[in-house]
Design a protein around this ligand. Structure first.
Ligand SMILES: [Zn+2]
Length: 366
């Protein structure tokens, strides 16, 4: 395990300032000081040969994450009236969600940085993943959850040795995690700012290989639909496609669309400011909360995608459709299928579209 020697620095996605390699859990220091939390993006020296998608940590701690199946859902494509529909099954990751890709890079960086504990706020899947990878790396995980965290999620975190702290509401977790990271030397496993910023850039980089896997398994799709809360997955997938574009492997980007249970990104986009609070009630707990991030807005605008609001009843109907095909999907993952119908009706998708749904989790711990 070592840092990638080609990692040359980080660049702010808002002000384009450059920063040396290091740990920036609060994003760009300049933009934060100006009151605009903004994600930093990793930069690498060009590889002489095509060495694949670069990641910050080489030979990271692993539990076998990545290389998940991409299923060709022919019947669903026909029913939805699109050319092709693929299901990228992230539930095949070791702890059952896409979060393992981020945890592998983030926890490895924590260990290389000399940290002995990782602190995070989680609705469930991220906490389980960080707990497992911390166990694998010999680090302590401190996870802040809410009272409504599903019991099986909570139990899984504890089985992997995490210490849990329970809070009344989602926003209440962040000051606790901030104190652990700022005052007690914990390594940040998630955002803790409000308004929020993306998770540590080295962790988010772990999502980039998804783009390569989709390209290898399905070709270059026109559209990818991503369940989104603070947008780490959305932005990380964008970074992967951006690398493929800049290295000449593809000639255009697929559009990335963000699924959310109620309007956050559409309202942030309309106001031109990601810093707002747009609360709503939802059973799609993995993508709940009233905040969004600049990185989500950037992934949408740079790829030409759109936010899609999917209320719980539509997500539940989509979940049943997937179950009748033998596919378990968490409610927020099934919402991606409901989004296909919406986007088809609104004309964003058409009969020629080739669409990938990010099935982020199978809901085994709901
Ligand atoms: Zn900045």
């Amino acid at each position: 395990m070592q840092m990638n020697p080609r990692l040359s620095g980080l660049r702010c996605i808002r002000c384009a300032s450059l920063w040396p390699p290091g740990d920036y859990p609060e994003g760009c220091p300049s933009c934060l000081a100006a009151g605009h939390p903004a994600t930093l993006e990793c930069r690498y020296e060009a590889s002489p040969a095509d060495g694949g998608i670069p990641l910050p940590v080489l030979a990271p701690v692993t539990l076998g994450e990545g290389a998940t199946p991409c299923l060709d859902a022919i019947d669903l494509a026909r029913a939805e009236g699109v050319g092709q529909l693929w299901l990228k099954c992230e539930s095949a990751n070791p702890t059952g969600s896409h979060k393992d890709r981020m945890a592998a890079q983030l926890v490895s960086r924590a260990r290389l940085a000399g940290a002995t504990r990782v602190a995070a706020a989680s609705s469930g899947n991220a906490g389980v993943s960080l707990a497992a990878y911390c166990a694998a790396a010999g680090l302590q995980a401190d996870i802040a959850i809410t009272r409504t965290c599903p019991p099986l999620q909570r139990e899984a975190m504890q089985r992997f040795g995490a210490r849990l702290s329970v809070f009344e509401d989602s926003l209440g977790r962040w000051p606790y995690v901030a104190a652990l990271c700022r005052n007690q030397g914990a390594f940040a496993g998630t955002n803790y700012l409000n308004p929020p910023v993306g998770t540590h850039p080295y962790g988010v980089e772990g999502y980039k290989p998804i783009a390569q896997e989709i390209l290898d398994g399905c070709g270059l799709p026109t559209d990818i639909i991503v369940p989104t809360a603070r947008g780490d997955l959305l932005w990380g997938i964008f970074l992967g496609w951006q690398h493929l574009l800049h290295s000449g492997r593809i000639a255009r980007l697929p559009r990335l669309h963000a699924v959310e249970p109620y309007a956050r990104l559409s309202r942030a986009r309309a106001s031109g400011d990601a810093r707002g609070l747009w609360e709503g009630a939802t059973a799609q707990y993995s993508i709940a909360g009233g905040t969004c991030t600049l990185q989500s807005l950037e992934a949408l605008s740079r790829s030409g995608g759109t936010p899609v609001e999917i209320p719980d009843p539509a997500a539940a109907q989509a979940q049943q459709r997937l179950e009748r095909m033998g596919l378990g999907a968490e409610l927020s993952s099934a919402a991606a299928l409901a989004a296909v119908s919406r986007l088809r009706r609104s004309g964003v998708l058409d009969a020629e579209s080739s669409v990938v749904l990010m099935v982020t989790s199978d809901g085994r711990r709901d």
